[in-house]
Design a protein around this ligand. Structure first.
Ligand SMILES: [Zn+2]
Length: 329
């Protein structure tokens, strides 16, 4: 029987993956003061079990982001997060971050990209980078700059491999970003788009029409059978993140979490953490969570890992290696 004990992480935000230990180390090397009390630090970094709102969830990103505003801090964060998840059984990961959020102390977007690249060069985990554009108002130029940086640094493996769109989906509709992704497509840039998390199936439909390889979350796709059919037809992978969906209330009744349904309907589902530091989870725990909550079977776990290999933004050579490592070959 297939047992998933090694994993592939396709949806992890750097600023969401900072644990208390990592925060302390990043603060130490940059001479930043943190609360000495561990409980207090935990409280600043992690979402309370009864998290009431998305705002409360978003507040948790402030501290980790503030620790990644220098080249040294960002590079070291990448290395520490990679080493941490490697010790939890992850054998390949894609880290995403928005270079435009790392300029508080004067880093340019390109400085941030270079710092993150340095970080992935210093870990034994195989990591690729996804650069996020941000939903918002007045940051069109910053998004254009991110797009240009993805193009400039794009490689098949071992660096920047794709683009993403993150941020407040309910406030800034997916449709607004049609032109940005049309340009990405013209430039031959692979991309994933957060959609169907804080907004419904229409947001997924809009994103799917932009031609992404993957969709971040897409958990609300099932609200419209036509959207499910569209995802299938286009062969778009879903990066599902259950604990995150519970904490942001993207899904109210977790006992009906749609992951097994989507698998049965033939959607290309993968399982990921999103913000493991803030959520207090690991990828292994997400698999166990789904086993307990919705009865995820060994065969379904195998399918999820096969999907993750097929949907990864990496070379065929790395995919072959991953299949062997995971016992899928
Ligand atoms: Zn996300």
């Amino acid at each position: 029987m297939y047992k998933a004990n090694r994993f592939i992480e396709l949806h992890l935000h750097l600023d969401g993956a900072v644990t208390a230990d990592i925060a302390r180390e990043l603060a130490r090397i940059q001479d930043i003061r943190l609360p000495e009390d561990d409980g207090e630090l935990e409280k600043m970094l992690t979402v309370p079990a009864d998290c009431g709102s998305l705002n409360e969830f978003l507040r948790c990103f402030r501290l980790p982001l503030s620790l990644m505003q220098t080249r040294e801090g960002l590079a070291e964060a990448v290395r520490l997060i990679a080493d941490n998840i490697r010790s939890q059984g992850v054998i390949y990961a894609e880290f995403r971050f928005a270079p435009q959020l790392h300029g508080e102390k004067g880093m340019s977007q390109e400085d941030a990209v270079q710092a993150a690249l340095k970080g992935i060069g210093e870990t034994d985990l195989k990591v690729n980078l996804i650069l996020c554009c941000m939903r918002g108002e007045g940051n069109e130029e910053a998004n254009e700059e991110t797009l240009a940086l993805v193009k400039k640094y794009l490689v098949e493996d071992g660096g920047v491999v794709a683009m993403d769109l993150a941020g407040a989906e309910a406030l800034f509709p997916t449709e607004k970003y049609r032109e940005l992704f049309a340009k990405a497509r013209q430039m031959g840039i692979p991309y994933t788009i957060h959609a169907g998390e804080a907004a419904g199936a229409d947001s997924v439909r809009a994103a799917a029409e932009f031609g992404p390889a993957r969709i971040g979350h897409g958990v609300r796709s099932g609200e419209d059978p036509e959207v499910v059919a569209l995802l299938k037809e286009k062969g778009i992978f879903l990066e599902m993140c259950p604990t995150s969906n519970r904490q942001t209330h993207a899904v109210e009744d977790m006992s009906r979490y749609p992951l097994p349904d989507y698998l049965r309907q033939g959607l290309l589902v993968t399982l990921n953490t999103d913000d493991m530091g803030i959520e207090g989870t690991t990828l292994a725990e997400e698999f166990r969570y789904m086993e307990q909550l919705v009865g995820l079977t060994p065969a379904q776990e195998q399918t999820i890992l096969e999907n993750a290999v097929n949907g990864a933004f990496t070379s065929e050579e790395t995919k072959d290696w991953l299949r062997k490592e995971l016992g899928l070959a």
